[in-house]
Every structure is written in C-alpha cells, then in structure tokens.
Design a protein around this ligand. Structure first.
Ligand code: DC
Length: 224
C-alpha cells in the first residue's frame, strides 16, 4: 500500500512522513533526498548547473539507496557512500530545484521511486508523488503551511544541523524553490484532485500525524 505526501519545502512533510511511516510499520521514502543526492553528484563532478546533457548522463548512471534505521533516521547512499548529511548542505539546497526540473532526470528517479515503492507498504514524500509517481496511491496528502511558518521551521532545522544561515537566506531559498518546483514544465508541484489538503500552520507535528494516521484507517503494526 502506498501513502503519498506532497507539498512545498518546509511544510513539515518529511517530519510527519517519517513518524507516520514508523507508526504504520511502513517504509519511508524521501524522494527529495534522491534529487539532493544526484545534485551532490553533479556538484562533486564539477558539472555546470546549466549543462543539461552532462547532468542527464550522471543521472543515468547514478546509484541511490535509502535505508530506514531502527532509531527512525534515514541513511542516504550515493554510489555506495553515505551522504545523509552532505545532501543537506546549502550548496545542494541552492541547486537541487534546477536539477529536479530536467525531464530526463525525473524519468530516471521516478523509475527508481516506483521500484522502491513496489517493495512493500511505503510512505513517500515529495512534490509529484500523488500526481505522477503513484497516482493510484491508497491515500494522498498535500501538506502546506504559511510561508512565515515554513521559513521558521526550516531555519530551526538548519540551525539544528549546525548550519550558519540567516532567516532571510532561508526565506529566499524557499521562495526560489517554490517558484521553480511549481512552475517547471515536467510534473510541477500540484494538489492532486483526490488529495487531502492539510494546512499545518497552527498545528503541532503530533496533531498532524494523529490526523493523518486516523485518515489512513489502518491497523498499526506491532512495531508501531
Ligand atoms: O523535499 P526537499 O526539500 O528535500 O526536496 C528537494 C528538492 O527536490 C525540491 O526543491 C524539489 C525536488 N523534488 C522534486 O522535484 N520532486 C520530488 N518528488 C521531491 C523533491
């Protein structure tokens, strides 16, 4: 069974997706981490961000692995190397939307996401999960929040990772990525007609997960 969670950056998708997946005993698949891993590869190989053929070539040979750890964390592997932290750095965040807007890149990563999804019950979060990757998902959520709250959440998260950023820089990044992610030609961020829209602005993570869990209507697993 597939649960799709889409929405803009900083709305709390990955936080709720991770907790919900654990509670249901499902695998968690962070598709944003996959686009980030490829972007890291582009940067490490010094491929210019406007060199589409070069980026596509890298995408076609990339190996990305995701591992759900028992402590609830997610390990992201790029070509056999643990890049879980490296993909959160500012430079990757700055360029990831430019990499993710390339049609051929999406074809490669969407194929991988569908293969991951076929392994069993999964919660996937991203921008196009309910619209493109798994349009037949059993449940679809669209997680949103006001821009002010999204900036605050992302700012706190980055501070927690030890990054030196200002609120203004975070606000600029979110606005920039929102624009690219929702206006690109290939599978832009859209609310699927059958998705449940949740505005998380005034709610805690626990309240949102509880609401989503109840809407999923599934018996919790013994691990849950
Ligand atoms: O969720 P995130 O902020 O880690 O995602 C990073 C970028 O990856 C995001 O700005 C757009 C892109 N992305 C995408 O285009 N499609 C997805 N399914 C997931 C992420």
């Amino acid at each position: 069974m597939i649960i799709a969670i889409d929405g803009p950056a900083g709305a709390g998708k990955s936080t709720v997706a991770k907790i919900l997946a654990k509670r249901l005993g499902f695998l968690y698949i962070d598709t944003g981490a996959m686009y980030r891993a490829l972007t890291l590869k582009v940067l490490e190989n010094n491929v210019p961000i406007n060199d589409e053929p070069g980026i596509i070539q890298l995408a076609q040979g990339v190996k990305i692995g995701l591992r759900n750890n028992t402590d609830g964390s997610l390990t992201v592997m790029l070509d056999g190397k643990d890049v879980s932290l490296a993909i959160r750095q500012g430079k990757v965040t700055q360029f990831v939307s430019d990499v993710a807007k390339i049609k051929e890149v999406r074809q490669v990563l969407v194929k991988m996401q569908r293969e991951f999804g076929q392994k069993g019950d999964c919660v996937l979060d991203g921008r196009d999960i309910g619209t493109v990757v798994f349009p037949q998902a059993a449940k679809k959520f669209f997680i949103d929040a006001s821009i002010g709250v999204r900036v605050q959440r992302r700012f706190k998260e980055l501070k927690g990772l030890g990054q030196k950023v200002t609120e203004d820089e975070v606000a600029f990044d979110l606005a920039n990525r929102d624009k690219i992610d929702s206006t690109r030609l290939t599978s832009p961020l859209r609310l699927a007609p059958d998705a449940i829209y949740i505005d998380t602005t005034d709610f805690s993570i626990e309240q949102i997960v509880e609401k989503m869990f109840n809407l999923c209507n599934i018996e919790p697993s013994v691990n849950g």
